[in-house]
Design a protein around this ligand. Structure first.
Ligand SMILES: [Zn+2]
Length: 321
């Protein structure tokens, strides 16, 4: 997933918005985000949402160009008509879904899938309305905003999704209804997790990836959280001592919050705005570090990779029990 401005526009925008520091920084954020080239997890989606805020929230969609009938699933009926002329009153996130609440009382649900990219072109201050690049092959949905920005959803593999539903019924939508609590929200707490894991015979890795248990966690941050908590990914969820289960809650919050902050830092760091190579700067302690020394001082072991349910788990066999 690569997030960037359209080619050639970045310098001009920066020149013309001198003095509009906040807007400039947020736009640079989108330009520099490229989390790992794999399925975005909660922190990446949250970072994207924050990057989209200045061009989409409180802005009117003047034109919605729906360039194919579907992504992973068919688009909703009359999608362009239902979006055109609508003000985006709030841009929220639930799990890995970005939710755009429209003035009509409907909410646009956006899921990035595996390869979704969002490109922003044009100038949100309205100075360069007509200077947008020609659509590329995988530009499937294009929003022209009244503020002059163009938001383009590009998805080569088409695992992404968009749907429209009534805002007041969003919790009943089939993509949302079965999701567990937000890991950074109040409903995710120690007693809750103890109750959810009690008696479960699946490995803790699989239990934490189960979106019904906690929403938005993926492979990367589960690996990182289990390392920090000293829990082996192979351990059966229902057989972990209760104090250790309780200890998982703060470390899950911690790894997510640190990643979201790293996304924010990439926005604030002007040096990273340099072209397509600007990556989301975040280091992992175990994820994708097979064979590397364990970062725990004095441990001396190597990070090991195993495959669980078809996905790689990275952990330290000495620190994680
Ligand atoms: Zn270790």
């Amino acid at each position: 997933m690569l997030w960037r401005f359209s080619d050639g526009r970045r310098g001009e925008i920066l020149r013309y918005v001198t003095g509009r520091q906040t807007l400039e920084r947020r736009l640079r954020h989108i330009a520099t985000l490229n989390p790992l080239g794999c399925m975005p997890e909660l922190p990446e989606v949250e970072t994207v949402r924050r990057g989209l805020l200045p061009v989409m929230e409180n802005a009117v969609i003047t034109r919605a160009d729906i360039r194919r009938p579907d992504l992973r699933w068919p688009f909703p009926e009359r999608m362009a008509e239902r979006l055109t002329g609508q003000r985006v009153e709030a841009l929220r996130r639930r799990s890995k879904y970005i939710l755009a609440d429209l003035a009509s009382g409907e909410t646009l649900i956006i899921h990035l899938g595996m390869s979704g990219r969002i490109l922003i072109s044009g100038d949100p201050l309205g100075l360069f309305h007509h200077n947008h690049p020609a659509p590329e092959k995988h530009d499937h949905v294009v929003f022209d905003m009244a503020n002059g920005a163009r938001v383009t959803f590009n998805d080569a593999r088409r695992f992404g999704a968009m749907d429209l539903t009534q805002t007041d019924a969003i919790d009943d939508h089939w993509l949302i209804a079965s999701l567990g609590p937000e890991p950074l929200g109040n409903a995710f707490h120690e007693d809750y997790l103890v109750g959810r894991l009690k008696g479960r015979n699946t490995p803790i890795k699989a239990a934490l990836l189960d979106q019904r248990v906690v929403a938005g966690l993926g492979n990367i941050y589960v690996c990182e959280a289990l390392f920090r908590a000293g829990v082996s990914p192979k351990r059966k969820a229902g057989r972990i001592a209760e104090p250790r289960v309780r200890g998982l809650v703060p470390v899950i919050r911690e790894v997510l919050q640190e990643a979201i902050e790293a996304g924010g830092s990439s926005l604030r760091d002007y040096r990273q705005a340099d072209g397509e190579l600007g990556y989301f700067q975040h280091t992992f302690r175990v994820y994708d570090r097979e064979g590397a020394p364990c970062p725990t001082p004095g441990c001396g072991s190597e990070i090991v990779r195993i495959v669980q349910s078809g996905r790689s788990s990275f952990y330290c066999p000495r620190c994680q029990r």
